[in-house]
Design a protein around this ligand. Structure first.
Ligand code: 0FX
Length: 243
């Protein structure tokens, strides 16, 4: 029997994960769930019985290493330390199609740079979103999609991979593929830089529509400009396909 720790800060994904985990016999695996200490609104996760973990605490890391056979990150906000990924098998469920746009908010950057988007389940190493790829699923981007539309499609693809392969992930019944190229990485600074709209920026209208839809994600106040009176004005785009 494998002891598996799921670390997640995403309510939707971990809720789905739990329903699939319940279909795996207890003789095969036992699952425990936790969220990261930097999660600022963990109420729903606490209510699901999840406990908190701090990936920067030596005590928490040693306790994970001595108690579990496998750790799965399903959108954990904290980066797993080298000591953890090198001591125990760690798997990441990542909302991007590695090696393209690794790092923060992959769909935002894929709308802009047209690199493929989807989700990746991979072994973790000490670099971010980087280890050998186990499963991937690409999704499309339509011209009327905002960041939220694409993100929802990516999460749906992650759920499909979890449903199809959770049992194989636990029992190590898979082959993995080293990334052929390093691809590219975007940090939170790259995202923040995009949100500060330069009103004098010159580009085609298509590029400007892409920029604004890439920064439109539900209620998030992402894109903004500062007007002549110093007001900060947030911008979102509404796009509608005729059909
Ligand atoms: O679950 P998740 O997609 O993100 C989590 C972690 O927060 C993140 O640090 C980690 N890299 C990822 C694998 O797992 O939820 P989220 O709410 O942080 O972001 C979801 C999407 O929301 C993101 O792709 C873009 C959008 N977003 C998010 C924030 C925080 C924005 O458009 N603006 C924002 O300020």
């Amino acid at each position: 029997m494998k002891k598996v720790l799921i670390v997640s800060d995403n309510v939707e994904l971990v809720t789905y994960f739990k329903t699939i985990a319940r279909t795996i016999p207890i003789e095969v695996a036992q699952f425990h769930y936790c969220y990261s200490v930097i999660n600022k609104s963990p109420r729903a996760l606490k209510e699901m019985g999840m406990f908190v973990v701090n990936m920067k605490s030596g005590h928490d890391i040693s306790s994970i290493v001595s108690n579990y056979d496998l750790v799965i990150s399903a959108h954990c906000k904290q980066i797993f330390p080298k000591t953890l990924v090198e001591s125990i098998r760690c798997i990441n469920i990542h909302p991007g199609l590695n090696p393209h746009n690794r790092g923060w908010f992959p769909q935002v950057f894929s709308i802009l740079n047209k690199k493929p988007i989807g989700c990746t389940i991979h072994l973790m190493d000490s670099e971010i979103d980087h280890g050998a790829i186990i499963y991937q699923k690409e999704v499309k981007i339509d011209s009327w999609d905002t960041s939220l539309d694409v993100y929802q499609r990516v999460v749906d693809a992650e759920k499909i991979l979890i449903k199809e392969h959770l049992s194989d992930l636990v029992t190590e019944n898979y082959t993995c593929k080293t990334m052929e190229i390093e691809g590219n990485y975007n940090g939170i600074r790259d995202f923040k830089h995009l949100t500060n709209l330069d009103l004098k920026h010159e580009a085609s209208l298509a590029e400007h529509i892409d920029l604004l839809r890439a920064l439109t994600h539900g209620d998030f106040k992402n894109a903004y400009f500062i007007d002549g009176k110093g007001n900060k004005v947030f911008v979102r785009l509404h796009l509608e396909n005729e059909q």
